[in-house]
Design a binder for this molecule. Structure first.
Ligand SMILES: Cc1cc2nc3c(=O)[nH]c(=O)nc-3n(C[C@H](O)[C@H](O)[C@H](O)COP(=O)(O)O)c2cc1C
Length: 406
């Protein structure tokens, strides 16, 4: 990607500050950036900070004689491989959908002969408004590319769709667009497990844990966006299947093992689910009555170890890359190191689920350490979507190096 560059159009949204991180991440991947800052965008982020990171003049005005003499607006719109609009405001989407050209940003979008990738960000009502949705459909029909928005808490205090996609996810979309949509995991089969398991005791009670499934679902979605043929085996969670993922819903550990085995062969298995280690020895068909003492002593029996089973499959059947997750509260990395060896995993992803650990269980942020045969890599705390994008890129690199499984 070292000879590739993008024109970043920064619109006037609260999330404009995230474009600084985006430019920094692009530079790390060797992708150059030129920037146009709208007038509204300049209310949120200064040309000075954008220019300091792009190492270039920041373009703001359509009628700027100096800029026109140096590089005309048409030339600017075509001097790169891709135009990225982030944050793409409701206003910029409306202008682009209707072919307006009344400022530098909209003129560049209309004048470019390169693909345009939009990363929308706005209040959830603005996002859901029929006008915005109509504009998005129009832009999609015109061949525009999109990344996000995400769902979550918004700066305005509301909740819903409209949060700017995280910068690592935007980078992933930029790289996919720059490689002509070529997706490095195309044709690769991947299994992802996610969520808790529910182990029934009687018709109304079960043994379970606090896993929300958010990290596993995000990983499945990120792998699918890179072209993988993903089967997501999920315990009971309140999440929709990510786009392009084939979802198998299960309840118990034994069902999860069966569904995982049914998904084989795969080249990579990402075993993110929080599988219950034990289940009640007996499942009764009648509700156990409290006054008869049946709940004071519940004999448990061990569940099958899904990760261990998949990772110990004979050569040829075992996925080339088996990734386990270790959610711990104490000595997280030390425990994950021994777990990796014991379970015969290629990578173990350790995360701290203690109170101090960002409320990982059920939360939206994760801080992980990846332990592989070569060492350890700790990533800073980041949204689970961003962890997923980065992990999917790491998986794509690793499978690329290992070659294709025949
Ligand atoms: C504090 C504040 C925050 C705003 N945040 C957003 C936003 O996140 N998304 C959006 O579409 N518009 C947002 N707006 C409205 C835009 O700034 C406004 O529509 C502006 O005309 C957009 O100009 P531009 O599209 O040329 O950047 C915000 C306005 C204010 C005052």
């Amino acid at each position: 990607m070292s000879d590739r560059s993008v024109l970043l159009i920064i619109g006037g949204g609260v999330a404009a500050y995230k474009c600084l991180e985006l430019i920094r991440l692009l530079a790390k991947r060797g992708i150059g950036a030129r920037a146009i800052l709208t007038r509204a965008g300049a209310e949120f982020v200064t040309p000075l900070s954008v220019g300091a990171l792009t190492g270039d003049k920041v373009y703001t005005e359509l009628f700027d004689l100096t800029a026109e003499a140096e590089m005309g607006h048409i030339e600017l719109s075509r001097s790169v491989d891709l135009v990225v609009v982030a944050p793409a405001t409701a206003d910029l989407l409306a202008k682009a959908a209707n072919g307006h050209a009344n400022d530098l940003a909209s003129t560049a979008i209309l004048a470019t002969d390169k693909p345009v990738l939009y990363a929308p960000a706005m209040n959830v009502r603005m996002w859901e408004h029929k006008a915005t949705q109509r504009n998005l459909r129009q832009l999609g029909d015109d061949g525009a590319l999109f990344v996000g928005p995400d769902e979550g808490d918004m700066a305005c205090g509301e909740f819903g769709h409209g949060r700017l996609a995280e910068p690592p996810v935007i980078v992933e979309a930029i790289e996919a667009a720059l490689s002509g949509g070529a997706r490095p995991l195309t044709g690769r089969r991947v299994l992802v497990t996610a969520g808790p398991t529910h182990e029934p005791l009687d018709p109304v009670r079960y043994v379970a844990n606090r896993s929300s499934g958010k990290q596993g679902y995000a990983i499945a979605g990120a792998l699918a966006r890179l072209g993988a043929d993903v089967t997501l085996v999920s315990g009971p969670v309140a999440l929709d299947a990510p786009a392009g993922v084939s979802l198998a819903r299960v309840e118990t550990a034994r069902e999860m093992l069966a569904a995982s085995e049914a998904a084989l062969p795969v080249e990579c298995a990402v075993m993110c689910a929080a599988v219950s280690d034990y289940r009640p020895e007996i499942e009764t068909s009648h509700k156990i009555k409290k006054d008869r003492g049946g709940l004071t002593n519940i004999p448990l029996t061990e569940n099958p170890d899904i990760l261990q089973t998949i990772a110990h499959l004979p050569e040829g059947e075992r996925p080339r890359l088996v990734i386990g997750f270790a959610a711990e509260t104490d000595d997280v990395v030390a425990y994950a190191r021994t777990k990796r060896e014991r379970k015969n995993c290629d990578w173990m992803v350790a995360n701290d689920v203690s109170e101090a650990g960002h409320g990982v269980m059920g939360g939206d942020v994760n801080e992980i350490t990846i332990i592989d045969g070569e060492g350890e890599e700790t990533w800073p705390a980041m949204p689970k979507e961003a962890v997923a994008a980065r992990l999917a890129a790491r998986i794509a690199d690793a499978l690329g190096q290992k070659g294709r499984q025949t």
